[in-house]
Design a protein around this ligand. Structure first.
Ligand code: ZN
Length: 487
């Protein structure tokens, strides 16, 4: 090889090498997510005490649907103190709020619930003992839900503030999940319309990226009106509203033979008269109808409406059906769930101390379930079942407006009965706190992907559009303001 040629080749190759290295390092800087992901994990660790304190405050307030005044306030105050711009009492609900940081696209949202359940008051100990007899308690772990989601947005906010991420992060303080469907009213007010992706999480007894849908539900109040008369002296002058109600539920029970196994129908009598010797002029039945898909649920609803009409005809009374609320089934986004799964695996399992494992086993013994302890590992990604297990959520509605990713995090021993004292007890101590902090990290690392990776956002959106099809979300709640009880 001629010398001159060799030198020039060497020069060229050095230049190429230099530019190649520069190119590679630029790409690596842009694509290597570990820097921002390590930063959000460090942020959650840094704020651990504050987040734990917030969850303990919400746990001790234990405020039920629409009455979450103190819970909503401490969460909104914290977001404000962290530099978020907070809007309180949005969508006609005093306890609903949004907290936002950053500007422009993408806009990534996350929801946080904070309502408790009536009658579930419980101390943070492994034996059943109410903190205050008859009071409410966090039997669904929502005291962890709100602060866990806040931990994630605070971590992202710090990266936006440092110029490491571009876009907007928004937290939704969503009241009344247990009764009232707060998110539906926030959605009706258009608050989710500009989001690219929305996330949420829920306390559970396993760590997983949710791949299972929920049931669509419609909540109806069926009222019958008749005419009172003396039940012994002149019953022929009376028209029994209770007869209408009884014939209605009899019809519903006959219908059970002809519905798919995925359908659930459950009811209670709200009114049925006062004394036996007065023919009741008012009776009402509160009924919930569910199916794994809204279309199937709507078919059953039509049959139930006909049954009410038939029952009223038979009893010779008037009837009226009021839609109280309803939820869509959850639209699963597998692309989003896979991104979440990768981050959970990167984070690794939640580990527990011997005391925590003993606490878990003791509580399992008390609750009459197998003493298996805690499941801190990350579950492999499941396949979506055609018919999910029973249960509904107003997150379902949001998932038809914007692509939704749900994380489920271990905050209670394996197979804990939900909506029970067991969940309240664990949510008020370190088992619950650990699950909450893991949730903050799993959600924040996934948000880092969503901010950094435009292709991922496009793929998530494409799957959402395909699954949604031509369906346009129509809230299944009555027109008018949210059903906030008068103070
Ligand atoms: Zn819940």
């Amino acid at each position: 090889m001629p010398e001159i040629y060799f030198i020039s080749l060497k020069k060229i190759s050095m230049k190429v090498c230099f530019f190649f290295l520069l190119f590679v390092s630029t790409i690596t800087w842009a694509q290597d997510p570990s820097k921002n992901k390590s930063a959000v994990v460090a942020s959650v660790d840094k704020h651990q005490k504050e987040l734990t304190h917030l969850s303990d405050q919400v746990w001790s307030f234990a405020e039920i649907a629409f009455k979450e005044a103190q819970s909503s306030k401490v969460l909104a105050d914290y977001a404000e103190a962290q530099g978020f711009s907070v809007k309180r009492a949005v969508a006609g609900m005093p306890t609903a709020f949004t907290a936002e940081y950053g500007t422009g696209k993408p806009i990534i949202g996350i929801m946080g619930e904070f309502d408790a359940l009536p009658g579930l008051s419980q101390k943070a100990q492994p034996t059943k003992d109410p903190l205050k007899e008859g009071a409410a308690g966090h039997g669904c772990g929502h005291n962890l839900f709100g602060p866990g989601s806040l931990g994630a947005v605070v971590a992202i906010k710090e990266l936006i503030a440092a110029g490491k991420l571009k876009g907007t992060i928004r937290f939704y303080g969503t009241p009344a999940e247990e009764n009232g469907g707060g998110k539906i009213y926030m959605a009706k007010a258009g608050l989710f319309n500009d989001l690219d992706v929305c996330l949420d999480w829920h306390p559970d007894y396993e760590n997983k990226a949710n791949m299972q849908s929920s049931q669509a539900i419609i909540d109806l109040l069926v009222e019958f009106k008749g005419k009172s008369a003396h039940a012994a002296a002149d019953p022929w002058n009376g028209k029994s509203a209770l007869d209408g109600a009884e014939l209605f539920t009899t019809g519903v029970n006959f219908l059970r033979e002809h519905v798919k196994p995925s359908v659930r129908m459950h009811y209670v009598y709200r009114k049925g008269g006062n004394v036996p010797n007065v023919i009741p002029d008012e009776a009402s039945v509160w009924i919930w109808i569910r199916d794994s898909k809204r279309i199937g649920m709507a078919e059953v609803e039509e049959r139930v409406r006909d049954i009410a009409k038939g029952a009223a005809l038979m009893a010779g009374v008037q009837y009226d059906i009021k839609v109280q609320t309803g939820d869509y089934e959850l639209l699963i986004n597998e692309t989003g769930a896979k991104a979440l799964q990768k981050n959970m695996e990167w984070l690794g399992p939640i580990t527990y101390t011997n005391e925590e494992i003993l606490f878990a086993k003791k509580i399992q013994k008390e609750a009459g379930i197998e003493e298996t302890g805690m499941k801190g590992e990350v579950k492999p990604l499941e396949k979506t079942k055609e018919d999910p297990d029973g249960g509904s959520t107003d997150v379902g509605d949001i998932s038809w407006i914007v692509p939704e990713i749900t994380f489920l995090g271990t905050t209670a021993p394996y197979k804990s009965p939900w909506h029970s004292w067991v969940v309240v007890a664990c949510g008020g101590m370190s088992i619950g706190h650990k699950g909450m902090l893991f949730a903050s990290k799993a959600l924040a690392t996934t948000m880092v992907d969503l901010f950094e990776n435009e292709t991922l956002r496009k793929d998530i959106r494409a799957e959402f559009e395909k699954k949604k099809g031509n369906n346009v979300w129509k809230p299944m709640v009555p027109d008018g303001p949210p059903p906030v009880p008068k103070q």
